[in-house]
Each structure stands twice: as C-alpha cells, then as structure tokens.
Design a protein around this ligand. Structure first.
Ligand code: FES
Length: 102
C-alpha cells in the first residue's frame, strides 16, 4: 500500500471504555477532523486525519499531532488555527506559537 505523506492525529478523548469524554472532545474535536480533512484536500496534500484516545495532556487540548514530523500542537480550536497548521504543512513549516513539543 502507499502510505500517506502525512498523518494528522486529533485527540478525541476516547477512554479505555470507548467513550469520548474529555477536554478535547468537548472543545470541537469531532468537527476538527472533517475540517482538517477537507482543508488538506483543498491544498492538494496527501494527508490522513484520524481521531485518537486521550493523549493525557487534556489541559492543553484540543491536541493535534502531525506525523511524521512528530509535532504536537495544543489549543487548536478555531478554523483559522487549523488553516495555519495546514498552510504550514503545505510549506514544510511548523507553527511555533501552538507547539507544545520541543
Ligand atoms: S482529552 Fe485530549 S489530551 Fe486528554
């Protein structure tokens, strides 16, 4: 199979029991998946967007992780912020002000 160029992970707060209950889910994470998917297509990026279980940094959520760069972003809630992340990905850059990883 051909792997996508990028994989964007959006925390959706799933717990071991399977329920989505947590900070990221309450802050618009379900809608973020659709927005990021459509935004990537619009930019011609080869991206898969997936939801994850709780990443254990709820206070900094919603959390978005971009692979293979392994860049972790926090506090991503608005469409403008997601556009910034996608624009940076398109340009081979990172958005420093939202990064929570080194
Ligand atoms: S619910 Fe997203 S990090 Fe915990």
């Amino acid at each position: 199979m051909k792997k996508p160029d990028f994989h964007i992970l959006v925390c959706n707060s799933y717990r071991i029991a399977g329920n989505a209950q947590g900070a990221c889910n309450r802050k618009n994470a379900p809608q973020m998946i659709q927005y990021l998917t459509e935004g990537a297509v619009d930019r011609g990026l080869d991206v898969t967007v997936s939801s994850t279980g709780c990443l254990n940094i709820c206070a900094q959520g919603p959390i978005v992780v971009v692979q293979p760069q392994n860049v972790w972003y926090g506090g991503i809630e608005s469409e403008d912020q997601m556009d910034e992340l996608l624009d940076a990905l398109e340009n081979g850059e990172e958005v420093e002000k939202y990064k929570i990883s080194d």
